[in-house]
Design a protein around this ligand. Structure first.
Ligand SMILES: [Zn+2]
Length: 316
């Protein structure tokens, strides 16, 4: 049987919420688990809840001074720091100290990070790179066990870019991105879906730790390749909005000539590229400050090798 070399059971597992303080599924669940972590208990490990950005959560804003989920870069994590740094820079180093350090033997085995989006992303599983067998097996397990969720796998690192997210502190990490949900709002349906995703992931880890083998499979992933910005007028103001026919169409093909924006004087601005693209994070509220209208992904098919843990050798 071809597969990756067996890896050790995963004992250190964390579930982070409130990395963005106004994404309320994760904030609400992690606060609940900090009071009562029974749902995070398994035979072979107990996951640790982490309220990642308490200051932003308190104010119910995405961040206090800087986006925490962009602070886990080499430069920030491995520099000495100074007193007058932004809160989130200090917090990123602190999280790296406790749950990492990234790339070290002491780092947590798996970090789950819970997010919401205002876009119609449904149930989206975010990993940093496609060639990560453990993360891909978790995603595949979720897809197999929760087909009604229609979970999609999104790979955030573009060619040549570097790690920057909280989950990258662990040896393995996955983000759950659920939407649409307005900022500062808890939708019961998405909260339940988020809870189910965490439950199924912890079940996977428990079975993996107990020596279960997971066969090879093929999967589609959506690889980030770029983004499209809002058109601006000469005074720097946004001059068009996402076209109504593109709104909520995340993961659907946008073809050359399809309406993309609607200008404020009611003109259709079509997509002018020469090949179809998949837009995602369409009209995400948090991206307005960066003038991003949507992210562009490419659909890629991957072969993922079988996975097993070292514990199978001792299991009878
Ligand atoms: Zn987020």
């Amino acid at each position: 049987m071809s597969g990756t070399a067996p890896i050790k059971p995963l004992r250190l597992v964390a579930v982070a919420g409130g990395t963005h303080g106004n994404e309320m599924s994760g904030v609400t669940l992690v606060k609940h688990w900090l009071r009562d972590s029974t749902e995070l208990l398994r035979d072979t490990f107990t996951a640790v809840p982490l309220l990642a950005n308490p200051k932003a959560t308190e104010k119910c804003v995405r961040y206090n001074e800087m986006d925490l989920n962009r602070c886990f870069t080499r430069d920030i994590l491995f520099s000495s720091g100074s007193q007058d740094e932004p809160y989130e820079v200090k917090r990123a180093r602190e999280i790296n100290r406790v749950f990492g350090p990234r790339g070290s033997m002491n780092a947590y085995d798996m970090i789950l990070d819970l997010h919401n989006t205002t876009s119609n992303m449904g149930i989206c599983l975010i990993i940093s790179e496609a060639h990560k067998p453990l993360e891909m097996h978790v995603c595949h397990y979720i897809q197999t066990h929760l087909p009604n969720f229609n979970p999609r796998i999104y790979v955030y690192m573009e060619h040549g870019s570097e790690l920057y997210d909280l989950a990258s502190v662990g040896k393995a990490g996955i983000g759950f991105e659920l939407g649409p949900q307005p900022q500062g709002v808890v939708r019961g349906d998405l909260l339940q879906s988020m809870k189910t995703l965490v439950k199924v992931t912890l079940d996977f880890i428990n079975q993996f730790n107990q020596g279960m083998e997971f066969p090879a499979f093929e999967a589609d992933v959506y690889q980030r390749v770029g983004h499209v910005e809002f058109p601006l007028s000469s005074d720097g103001e946004v001059s068009a909005v996402v076209h109504p026919s593109l709104q909520d169409q995340d993961f659907s093909l946008l073809r050359p000539g399809d309406p993309m924006f609607l200008s404020l004087d009611d003109k259709i601005i079509p997509y002018a590229g020469d090949k179809p693209i998949y837009p995602v994070f369409i009209n995400e509220a948090a991206y307005y400050e960066k003038n991003i209208a949507f992210i562009v992904v490419e659909k890629i098919q991957l072969s993922v090798p079988a996975l097993s843990s070292t514990s199978q050798k001792v299991a009878s």
